[in-house]
Design a protein around this ligand. Structure first.
Ligand code: NAP
Length: 327
């Protein structure tokens, strides 16, 4: 009888971690073989606590989806917390995993690891070729260190201990578990809230910052979770064929980008908002384009499945559930 691996999902209450738990359970993995701890139960910046947890639980696989994350404002205001906490969490988890015999670990990074002026679409080999976006540089440096931690443990302990630690870099994600805070959220949850409020108040128009022409890529979070499980479980020989020991991270995106205007129209439709959508070109636009090159992942046999229209409908349903339960 084959014994199912014991999987630890770090950050299981977060948007990505909760989607990974859903994905693993939906695929038939027994719930008894999935272990989680809340932040209150286990502070991952506490090395002794992390070591004790791994020694007691002895997981076989680790999804490292815990992180201190935030928008531009939070990154600018708390840069010390962003770099310190993320470095500590990933160093503690990766080292404790190694010391307790974990051979398979997946580290979640972010597209902000790439240089501000990286050629579009951004390929994995754009890493460390230029200056980062200053607003989230401390966070990005921590994420780059996470990739290099995985690679360094593979290089030193791959042969001797069977260590096989991998990293995935998601594009912008949305879906269940998103943060719908009015000021402090990403573009999709922020627009879902604004269009919903405009629908309820029957506002004649919604004005969006900028010209609406910048292009961005979005991936539904359950697709991200499916990609994470796919990369974790890829045969090592196949993974090695498509990666290099010191260039091993894998971009995860849907492969195409859309303008903010197209996005706003799609969200308006998903929410059922009937009014006008206006743009304020006096407000800043940001980078004209940000798209990941996901051809490495595609060559490894994974493609996104949930289109924007379906994803936005699911996300709006989640928003309604979340906001009605918080009233
Ligand atoms: N969301 C996106 O669009 C996106 C895009 C690209 C990459 N990613 C990456 O995906 C990963 C997960 O992001 P997410 O959106 O799921 O973030 P999230 O919703 O904020 O979840 C992060 C989780 O980590 C936990 N955590 C934070 N500090 C901790 C600590 N010291 N000890 C234990 N747990 C701690 C949080 O718990 P508490 O809330 O209790 O602190 C939370 O459950 C991150 O690495 C992020 O860079 C996300």
């Amino acid at each position: 009888m084959s014994v199912q691996p014991k999987i630890y999902v770090a950050g299981h209450r977060g948007m990505v971690g909760s989607a990974i738990v859903r994905q693993v359970l939906t695929a038939g993995h027994p719930a008894s073989q999935v272990i989680t701890r809340t932040h209150a139960e286990l502070d991952l910046t506490n090395q002794a606590a992390v070591n004790a947890f791994f020694a007691a639980e002895k997981p076989d696989q680790v999804y490292l989806a815990a992180a201190k994350v935030g928008g531009i404002h939070a990154n600018n205001t708390y840069p010390a917390e962003f770099i310190y906490q993320n470095l500590m969490m990933q160093a503690n988890v990766i080292d404790a995993a190694f010391r307790n015999g974990v051979q398979k670990l997946l580290f979640l990074g972010s597209s902000c690891i790439y240089p501000k002026l990286a050629p579009q679409p951004m390929r994995e080999d754009a890493l460390l070729t230029g200056t980062l976006e200053p607003t989230n540089e401390p966070y990005a440096i921590a994420k780059i260190a996470g990739i290099k931690l995985c690679e360094s443990y593979n290089r030193q302990y791959g042969q001797s201990h069977g260590v096989d630690y991998r990293s995935v870099m998601p594009t912008n994600l949305y879906g269940p578990g998103d943060n719908y805070h009015p000021e402090n959220s990403h573009v999709i949850p922020a627009l879902i809230r604004r269009f919903h409020e405009a629908k309820v108040s029957q506002a004649p128009s919604v004005t969006i910052w900028g010209t609406g022409t910048p292009k961005r890529e979005f991936l539904y979070v359950d697709d991200m979770a499916a990609a994470s499980v796919h990369v974790m479980n890829l045969d090592k020989a196949i993974f090695d064929q498509h990666t290099q020991p010191m260039l091993s991270h894998i971009n995860v995106g849907c492969g195409y980008d859309i303008t903010i205007k197209e996005l706003a129209e799609a969200i308006g439709k998903a929410v059922g908002y009937q009014g006008e959508i206006a743009f304020d070109p006096c407000k800043p636009d940001g980078t004209p384009r940000k798209l990941m090159d996901s051809s490495r992942l595609n060559a490894l046999g994974w493609h996104a499945k949930i289109g924007l229209e379906q994803g936005l409908q699911l996300a709006y349903a989640d928003f309604q559930k979340t906001t009605s339960s918080s009233l």
